[in-house]
Design a protein around this ligand. Structure first.
Ligand code: ZN
Length: 154
């Protein structure tokens, strides 16, 4: 069977018209599902730098200036800026959001063996969340101060 130029053109137009629909039917990819770029410097200083990069992101989005990162075995498994203002959620501190991000990416609420890096010392809510997640160590601030193991009540 011979396909005419007109038919070929019509098929091409239909394919083009269907493209945006196909894109719309694809599951939405949020920034959360993007792989995390790993820093070259895999020391406390390198991970604190990423926490401060998240802090910059928070400020750029109009949120409060906090950022946090969760690391396991030298790999960033979760990270987030503060979302308190953007999500209108008083519990969306950077540390809470980074813990949520890590748990989602790892498919587990057990974050034992992880270290939480924050641009500022964790508040009692975030420290309790780190405790419940089984996080072993907290590190905070420009000087990468050792915050020790999270405790349930400060
Ligand atoms: Zn907090």
């Amino acid at each position: 069977m011979k396909i005419s130029t007109k038919q070929r053109r019509r098929a091409m137009m239909l394919a083009l018209a269907a493209m945006p629909l196909a894109a719309a039917l694809r599951p939405a990819r949020s920034a959360d599902s993007e792989p995390i770029a790993q820093p070259g410097d895999k020391t406390d200083a390198g991970f604190i730098e990423r926490a401060f990069f998240m802090r910059r992101r928070a400020l750029d989005s109009g949120d409060q200036g906090y950022g946090a990162v969760v690391v396991r075995d030298g790999i960033i498994v979760g990270q987030s800026p503060s979302h308190v203002v953007v999500k209108r959620d008083p519990t969306a501190h950077a540390e809470m959001e980074a813990i949520r991000d890590a748990a989602r990416r790892l498919g587990s609420r057990d974050l034992s063996g992880c270290t939480l890096y924050s641009s500022s010392p964790a508040c009692p809510m975030c420290e309790a969340a780190a405790y419940w997640a089984g996080i072993e160590r907290m590190v905070f601030g420009r000087g990468a101060s050792d915050g020790g193991s999270p405790r349930l009540c400060g």
